[in-house]
Design a protein around this ligand. Structure first.
Ligand SMILES: O=C[C@H](O)[C@H](O)[C@H](O)COP(=O)(O)O
Length: 221
């Protein structure tokens, strides 16, 4: 069977050029982009990576990709990352893997964001995928209550019997807001709640979308 995520991830690595500082995304599609970048680095490509999660940091270290942090750089040339849903206006839902906060900080610091996904991620209207919202543990029940008043149905993310914890020590509420007809408004309203750290709506950040199809093609949008 053709691995659409592998094909699209590897294709995206071609956007990375000598000397660039690269935001390294998180997830099972970005994984293949990072593996390919590792090969390119071993073959002599000189780049610096800034990882969006601890998992990605470990992968990059294993592959010998030199890493920087925001104490070294304030702007990146490019970020390549996956998505959970992509609408026709290139607005995204991200955070299925819990990395949305670091991913958004890195994407916003980048001159361009390339999104890699298989075609199952393309939707007409966002929200079938429950929107991940990162919240501080203190008072999360009150934050969830406030989200319900916004007509969302929140579910506290679990990790087996435990509450799932992000790389930043926060919780995730996966919120059913379907259909999300006004993603910008919803994103702004969520971020007004004091307990919300960030939400998984990525508005006007994706510049180019690479879509891997089940028959092995990569479409560039
Ligand atoms: O927090 C996780 C990220 O936003 C991922 O980029 C997103 O969940 C897509 O992951 P995957 O490529 O594994 O479907």
């Amino acid at each position: 069977m053709i691995n659409a995520k592998k094909a699209v991830g590897e294709r995206a690595a071609a956007y990375v050029e000598e000397g660039m500082t690269v935001g390294l995304g998180t997830g099972s599609t970005a994984y293949w982009m990072i593996e390919k970048l590792g090969e390119m680095v071993q073959a002599g490509l000189n780049i610096k990576g800034l990882p969006t999660s601890k998992a990605t940091e470990e992968q990059a270290n294993r592959l010998g990709i030199p890493l920087v942090t925001f104490s070294d750089v304030k702007q990146l040339d490019i970020t390549i990352d996956g998505a959970d849903e992509i609408d026709p206006q290139f607005q995204l839902i991200k955070g299925g893997g819990g990395a949305l906060l670091r991913e958004k900080i890195v994407a916003k610091a980048s001159r361009r964001m390339i999104v890699v996904a298989d075609e199952s991620k393309l939707v007409d209207v966002l929200g079938t995928f429950k929107l991940p919202v990162e919240v501080v543990p203190y008072g999360w029940e009150k934050t969830a209550f406030d989200i319900q008043l916004m007509e969302g149905t929140p579910h506290l993310r679990k990790d087996g019997d435990n509450t799932y914890m992000t790389d930043n020590g926060n919780y995730i509420l996966d919120v059913d807001f379907y259909p999300i007809r006004e993603p910008r408004k919803l994103s702004e309203a969520l971020n007004q709640l004091p307990g919300v750290v960030e939400n998984g709506l990525f508005i006007d950040l994706a510049e180019t979308i690479l879509v891997g199809t089940s028959d092995g093609r990569v479409l560039i949008k």
